[in-house]
Design a protein around this ligand. Sequence first.
Ligand SMILES: Cc1cc2nc3c(=O)[nH]c(=O)nc-3n(C[C@H](O)[C@H](O)[C@H](O)COP(=O)(O)OP(=O)(O)OC[C@H]3O[C@@H](n4cnc5c(N)ncnc54)[C@H](O)[C@@H]3O)c2cc1C
Length: 392
Amino acid sequence: MDTRLSEEDLTFQDEVRQFLSENWDAQVAARCNNLATMKEGVEEWQRRLYRKGWMAPHWPVEHGGTDWSVTQRFIYNSERAAVGAPEAVAFGVTMVASVIIAYGNEQQKAKFLPRILKSEDWWCQGYSEPGAGSDLAALKTRADREGEVYTINGSKIWTTYAQYADWIFCLVRTDSSGRKQQGITFLLIDMKSPGITVRPIRTIDGFHHLNEVFFDNVKVPVENRIGEEGKGWTYAKSLLVHERLSIAEVADSKRALGELRELARTEVNGGKSLLDDALFAQRLSAIEIDLMALEFTELRALAAIAEGNQPGPESSLLKLQGTETQQAIQELRMDVAAYYSGTLQGELSAAQLGHAFADSAQKLYFRGRASSIYGGSNEVQKNITAKYVLGL
Ligand SMILES: Cc1cc2nc3c(=O)[nH]c(=O)nc-3n(C[C@H](O)[C@H](O)[C@H](O)COP(=O)(O)OP(=O)(O)OC[C@H]3O[C@@H](n4cnc5c(N)ncnc54)[C@H](O)[C@@H]3O)c2cc1C
């Protein structure tokens, strides 16, 4: 594979850098990185992407996507990650949009896609239930149809950012008589509907990302159903493939690892930098090699998509490797924080990283435990990879 950039790609890279330098400013970065202001910050950032026409690069052009080549997508993502700007929140633009584009009717496309592009609606994902996680098809939340209205009863759990959401895309059971994968229906539900209650769940990092969502006789018009009744499992699975692709975050891991290498090289404690420690240097290099391999796997997946193929079970491989690498980097960051937290051999370190670094290392470490669970646990991704990628 020739990885050199063409003249055209270099011009595009300049355009991306210019855009980022003008739009990813300290003020929007500070708002995005603080949970109290995160929603407004992310929406502001997404509106800047929208004004540039870059909110949904992966969508078909007719709906507002770009016609970027795989290389251009790679360039954009690398440059975005290099400055620490976030990807657009996946629940709307990546997850539900992929289902609406593939399976929604024209009215649904006209109603929802422009609002997602302009960040007018915040979406959340109502798949998991207390008794349905890995075994998602065991879900029990019921939708009973009468005329043109479904009545929803049941509950969802682990619903990320439900506290912010205007809409939730939900898997509900419309029939219990056949196989459990049958009788599942995909509904779009307005979070302002009477009968919906959102209850927070605090996580180990101390934040409030997650929620339980309860449905008590919630009325949903049939026009909010995607595709056919009882075919929701097919739509749900296609969405999961897109979700898993978005979880790998290779470019963001590269940035994080590059920062750690630089810190471990330049910061000195007891007369030595951490990179002088052969064992640490070896661990860091091993992660860099894994990340490079992952980057090429991601490029192959993107190239296949650009040729018109649907992303398939390889997305499980990316999710698995991507999250294991993220966690390895988070563990390394904790070790960097520990090494520089005190003084060695009675000497003062030249520049201690201090409380702020250790605090963020700890929060990222705790929060990162979840990445091998959400989007389908890594054990389940191993099963999928063994069966559908390796043919075992
Ligand atoms: C931070 C976070 C955010 C989330 N956000 C959302 C969200 O927004 N919307 C949403 O719908 N869901 C969300 N989830 C839920 C997530 O998808 C589920 O937690 C996940 O699918 C696992 O389900 P479970 O928690 O019920 O675990 P279980 O399915 O009960 O699994 C328990 C353990 O058993 C293992 N296991 C289960 N089945 C198998 C098997 N067949 N083979 C091998 N091992 C197996 C699992 O790997 C796991 O280690 C989120 C989860 C987290 C942690």
